[in-house]
Design a protein around this ligand. Structure first.
Ligand code: ZN
Length: 67
């Protein structure tokens, strides 16, 4: 059984900042917009997963829980 992680690491992906509309690639560390330094994850949305660009519209929560 896996415990839920309240602060799971941000996925390596291309993100869109909703505050300034900046798109940026994120690998690891602290997720932050390089343009406006926004760190609010609710404003930083994944627009392209790094590993499965063709499946980025198909992934479900099972992918996070199953691995
Ligand atoms: Zn921004």
């Amino acid at each position: 059984m896996k415990a839920k992680m309240p602060n799971k690491p941000s996925e390596a992906a291309t993100y869109l900042c909703n505050k300034c509309s900046k798109q940026f690639k994120f690998e690891q560390g602290t997720l932050i917009c390089p343009s406006c330094q926004n760190t609010n994850k609710s404003d930083l949305v994944v627009i392209s997963m790094k590993d499965n660009p063709e499946e980025n519209q198909m992934y479900t929560e099972d992918d996070f829980l199953g691995g």
